[in-house]
Design a protein around this ligand. Structure first.
Ligand SMILES: COC(=O)c1cc2cc(CO)sc2[nH]1
Length: 240
């Protein structure tokens, strides 16, 4: 997958060189480039913002640099992703959909946002997704891009050492929160590990984990339960 990120703060995206995303880039699974929007300015001050039509506080990002950036970077299989407080909620399903794309361009807004005509014009030549991480405000889109890119990259083939972890994780295929996890020592302070997990009985362990996942989801995220198919509550053993 090819990813281009356009921002006026390229250094904000430096964490993408670390850890899994860094490994994915090194493995060639993810071909990532970060661009400074000012590359596409032509005035001596490299201006990217101006005062808002209609008045109001702050500044708006000018359309010309964005238009030239997208002219330079977009191709026949590009989806434009714009993190935004007015976007559609980002979910694991969104992450899977983005992971299936050939080419993503992330546009990082700053100030009061990007001139709307940038998105409207882009939509005439490529799919555009405005994505919100939640109902809160950030200074810009860069942090949201780090979150979205991590969620997408870990779904790319070969990135996760053990693909099984995708099956049982929260918001995974089962649609549940994952069960609690434990490791050595068996006794820690006055707390012990549930006996079933040390029983070696894999059928019992799988049932315990599914039951714990259901209980946890019911207690913390009953909204997720409503979306589950009836078989999710089936007490019979699964072919695990
Ligand atoms: C000028 O501000 C932005 O471009 C901006 C992008 C995003 C994404 C958020 C989380 O959904 S809050 C926010 N603000």
């Amino acid at each position: 997958m090819r990813v281009d990120v356009v921002t006026i703060f390229p250094e904000y995206l430096a964490p993408l060189d670390l850890s899994l995303v860094g490994k994915a880039r090194a493995a060639g699974t993810l071909d990532l480039a970060v661009h400074d929007l000012r590359t596409w300015t032509s005035d001596v001050h490299r201006t990217v913002d101006d005062s808002p039509y209609g008045g109001g506080p702050g500044m708006v990002m000018r359309p010309e640099p964005w238009g030239q950036a997208l002219d330079a970077l977009a191709g026949p299989h590009t989806r434009l992703v714009v993190p935004s407080p007015v976007g559609a909620p980002f979910t694991q399903a969104t992450a899977h959909a983005l992971a299936a794309e050939q080419h993503l361009i992330f546009a990082c807004g700053r100030y009061e946002g990007i001139d709307q005509r940038v998105l409207d014009h882009a939509a005439t030549r490529m799919p555009v997704s405005e994505i919100s991480l939640g109902d809160y405000v950030l200074f810009g889109g860069e942090v949201a891009v780090l979150v979205i890119l991590e969620a997408v990259t870990r779904l790319l083939p070969g990135v996760l050492g053990n693909a099984d972890s995708l099956a049982e994780e929260s918001h995974g295929p089962a649609g549940l929160l994952e069960a609690p996890v434990y490791t050595k020592p068996a006794q820690w302070r006055d707390l012990s590990v549930p006996d079933v997990l040390r029983s070696g009985d894999h059928g019992r362990i799988a049932r315990w984990r599914r039951d714990e996942a259901l209980l946890r989801t019911a207690r913390r995220r009953p909204d997720l339960l409503a979306a589950l198919p009836p078989e999710a509550f089936d007490k019979r053993d699964r072919a695990t």
